[in-house]
Design a protein around this ligand. Structure first.
Ligand code: PLP
Length: 433
């Protein structure tokens, strides 16, 4: 590695090394291409030359088809907070399976799981379950439209609320709501758009920290201003906490002291099974009470499926307790501070944003408040970081995102810090150049 490569050459060499090391993943990708376009059924997992395929996972470890072992720092994009083999969740799922799959009626888990969600997240006065975060947001937005009688939805560029909700992207297959798009963390611009559309806006929806958009936290003043303005105009404020609810015991909105009218959940809350939930103010969610003559309908074959209900109940009550969340977020905060100090000391244009157990790497040293600030980072350098971390045995998202999970130890954090130190030493000159 001492030869004087350009960044493009170094990336090319890293990709070639990756391809040579992973013939079984390459073969599976080739085979999958016949039935799945590009061998893919989940866009975020794709990267060139071909994505890794995994054989199994245990704790915070993963093994790919060619037998390489990785420390899992991605944690299934926040859904895998408990790791791959949590014994309590396994027991709960097996016990639920033994009671019969798909009972076609109410089961004993759903009210208890709903109580646990309600007890944990103060904004969730009442709630309903869905099968994904996408569906939860579809229902939350549709609820806002139904109860306000207004049509417009204000969302923020760089926000991601699910498969049909990539906000501000030039190409999208978004749900055909009447969108108004505002810049994230820009209070003045957002308030001006709210004012201009006040009597037509049903809801303002946002993540209290952009997750997929680069782990960019909302500034507290921005959240408070949105709360005040929406309340003034009778617009419902929706917090999409599909990712961020893990960042504080009651969710990230609660940590900021801002209570939305509606809130959505997903990912880890279902214990690793397909999951989503939307809920909020009791007077709004009560519209779904089927005994009411004006009830809003909300069907869904798998809304109360026993695997999710059982796994989710165990996760919230026994596994990802408020204490466990606090400890994991502290591990993430200390790791991020340590990595950022290393980048600063090496004077390499690279930083780790985020909060608690969610991190994202960006290849710029300038402050990042909005997605546009992150977009100036060198994408080839970020790709090189991804392939170098794989080679060092760390699984992260190609786009640089990480989400820590409970089985990770301080030694794992030390190991990753050492791998990042190696990257800074070996590649720092390329990144500066
Ligand atoms: C903030 C946010 N909302 C919603 C979703 C969609 O959740 P799902 O993938 O379960 O549909 C995601 C998924 O990444 C997300 O990050």
């Amino acid at each position: 590695m001492t030869r004087n490569f350009s960044l493009a050459e170094a990336l090319d060499e890293a990709k070639q090394g990756y391809a040579a090391e992973n013939p079984a993943s390459a073969a599976q990708h080739e085979r999958a291409r016949a039935a799945l376009p590009g061998g893919n059924t989940r866009t975020v997992l794709y990267y060139d030359p071909f994505p890794l395929a995994f054989a199994r996972g245990e704790g915070a470890q993963l093994w790919d088809l060619d037998g390489h072992r990785y420390t899992d720092l991605l944690g299934e994009f926040t859904a895998g907070v408990a790791g791959h083999s949590n014994p309590a969740i396994r027991r709960a799922v097996i016990a639920a399976l033994e009671g019969g799959i798909n009972l076609g009626g109410h089961n004993t888990f759903e009210p208890r799981f709903a109580e646990a969600v309600r007890a944990r997240f103060p904004a969730m006065e009442q709630l309903r379950f869905t099968n994904s975060g996408t569906e939860a947001n579809l229902l939350a937005i549709s609820t806002a439209i139904a109860v306000t009688g207004r049509q417009k939805i204000l969302a923020f560029g760089g926000g991601y609320h699910g498969a049909v909700f990539t906000i501000g992207a030039p190409v999208n297959i978004n749900a055909p709501f009447d969108w108004v798009v505002a810049p994230y963390n820009d209070t003045e611009a957002a308030l001006a758009l709210i004012d201009a559309n006040a009597d037509q806006l049903a809801a303002v929806i946002l993540e209290p920290m952009l997750g997929g958009g680069g782990c960019i936290p909302a500034e507290p003043a921005f959240l408070h201003a949105l709360r005040t303005a929406t309340a003034q105009h009778g617009i419902l404020l929706i917090f999409d906490e599909v990712m961020t609810s893990r960042l504080a015991p009651g969710g990230l909105g609660a940590a900021h002291g801002v209570q939305p009218d509606l809130m959505t959940l997903g990912k880890y809350v279902g214990g690793g099974m397909s999951f989503g939930a939307f809920g909020g103010r009791a007077d709004l969610i009560a519209r779904f009470d089927p005994s009411r003559p004006d009830a809003l309908p909300h069907a869904g074959t798998f809304n109360n499926n026993v695997l999710t209900m059982a796994a989710g109940l165990t996760t919230l009550s026994e596994v990802f307790t408020p204490e466990a969340a606090a400890a994991l977020n502290a591990l993430g905060d200390s790791l991020r501070e340590r990595l950022n100090a290393m980048c600063r000391d090496a004077a390499v244009p690279m930083q780790f944003t985020g909060r608690g157990s969610m991190l994202a790497v960006h290849m710029t040293a300038a402050p990042i408040r909005r997605p546009a600030d992150a977009a100036v980072g060198n994408m080839a350098a970020r790709d090189l970081f991804f392939f170098d971390m794989l080679r060092a045995g760390y699984w992260i998202a190609r786009r640089g995102m990480m989400a820590l999970s409970l089985p990770l130890t301080a030694a794992d954090a030390d190991g990753f810090a050492a791998a990042v130190a190696g990257f800074l030493t070996e590649r720092g000159a390329l990144l500066k150049g």
